[in-house]
Design a protein around this ligand. Structure first.
Ligand SMILES: Nc1ncnc2c1ncn2[C@@H]1O[C@H](COP(=O)(O)OP(=O)(O)OP(=O)(O)O)[C@@H](O)[C@H]1O
Ligand SMILES: [Mg+2]
Length: 382
């Protein structure tokens, strides 16, 4: 899908005037604090029911107001809308006139991926973000995953409660409850893990294609390790039996499908210790492109890709490679930048019918044609 029009009301500093998007490529240029990330945040919120930069949903409501609304029209003439009222604490979703209360309905209708200047630090900084990234893709392409994952988390919660009970009181009843939930936990862990391993192998295949464009010098030297959440050579039930005392003292499940990770290696060493910051960003972009193109192929619903502050960390060669990759990605892409000059590599390969450009100032967004003298002047000044 692609967004045709966005309307917002009281979302951060955005003035709310309708924005008409280009089906393929959109650039939003503006100074610091003008509202570029807020615009991407509004779109992201529609896809995920949450922000990519805060857990405090009420901070998204424009200061001095009580409710924000974000709504889009897509290329199939569908209307998706969401509102948040800070007085009632209620979030309402409307899709083609029908009301919903569950946020999960959003992700079924719209797939949005984002890369921000912070993404690569989070992604390579710890397993949490990598798990979120992989499971987001799983959710879109593996139909059974959503229910399986819900079930798994229910059982994990029960098992953790049993571990804490067993810690407080080691009677027979608690022991047999723990072994009942452990058995279900092992079974579901295995099912989740099998599905994830398959997904990761599919993504690796796609990743190689995008690395060939974005980071050709390292493509052949990259390997990916999927760690399922417990030692590969043992069964989970054996691992849990051996670690019973440790789990009791920690008070929760130390092994299982929730503890999975994916490690990216260059010449057998962690990517984050081998690549520069700009290269790490390109690597994450290649991985995001892999996920986006895979979702588009399997789900037949094209995701929308948001890239915030494209100039950050990337030199002109990297931006040229990124422009080539975007040309080949058959999805709508929405990009923000502070300086128009950083867009030069994208404009060289695109005439003015292949993209739209907008200027963002104090939350007001207006469409503008690229100004050659402005682009060239700032490029020379660099
Ligand atoms: N709830 C809110 N109501 C009104 N204004 C807000 C709210 N939250 C943030 N702002 C303001 O909105 C402005 C836009 O912020 P945003 O992060 O979108 O800017 P940006 O264009 O992405 O800047 P940068 O280039 O520095 O990343 C900021 O000046 C910020 O102070
Ligand atoms: Mg920003």
């Amino acid at each position: 899908m692609s967004v045709v029009k966005l309307i917002s009301q009281n979302f951060r500093n955005l003035d709310g005037a309708p924005i008409n998007f280009h089906p393929k490529l959109n650039f939003f240029i503006g100074d610091n604090g003008s509202g570029k990330s807020s615009l991407l945040e509004a779109l992201f919120f529609l896809g995920h029911g949450k922000s990519f930069r805060t857990n405090k949903v009420d901070s998204l409501v424009c200061h001095g107001t009580k409710k924000f609304v974000v709504s889009i029209k897509d290329n199939n003439d569908r209307q998706l809308g969401l509102s948040r009222d800070i007085c009632s604490g209620l979030t309402n979703i409307k899709i083609d006139g029908q009301r919903y209360s569950r946020l999960s309905v959003l992700a079924k209708n719209i797939a949005i991926q984002i890369v921000t200047p912070e993404s690569f630090k989070l992604f390579f900084g710890g397993p949490k973000e990598r798990r979120r990234f992989i499971d987001l893709g799983m959710f879109h392409v593996k139909h059974d995953f959503s229910n399986l994952w819900k079930n798994f988390n229910r059982v994990l919660k029960q098992r953790n409660a049993c571990i804490r009970l067993a810690n407080a009181n080691r009677n027979e009843n608690n022991k047999s409850m723990l072994s009942y939930w452990t058995e279900q936990f092992c079974q579901l862990s295995l099912e989740v893990s099998t599905l994830r391993a398959l997904y990761v192998s599919e993504i690796i295949f796609e990743l190689n294609c995008w690395l060939a464009i974005l980071l050709p010098s390292i493509n052949e030297r990259v390997t990916v390790q999927y760690l399922q959440g417990w030692p590969q050579k043992n069964t989970l039930s054996d691992v849990l039996a051996t670690n019973q005392d440790r789990e009791t003292s920690f008070g929760y499940s130390l092994y299982g499908a929730h503890k999975f990770d994916v490690k990216f290696l260059l010449d057998k060493k962690s990517i984050e210790t081998q690549l520069s910051r700009g290269q790490q960003k390109l690597f994450l972009l290649a991985l995001t492109f892999a996920q986006v193109s895979f979702i588009a192929r399997v789900k037949l619903v094209k995701p929308i890709l948001l890239i915030d502050d494209i100039g950050a960390e990337l030199d002109v060669i990297s931006r040229t490679a990124l422009s080539n990759a975007i040309e080949q990605l058959d999805c709508q892409v929405i990009i923000t930048a502070i300086e128009p000059s950083v867009l030069q590599p994208f404009l060289d390969t695109n005439d003015d019918r292949k993209f739209s450009m907008f200027h963002v100032k104090h939350g007001k967004i207006s469409e503008k044609y690229p100004d050659d003298s402005e682009l060239n002047k700032s490029e020379k000044a660099m």
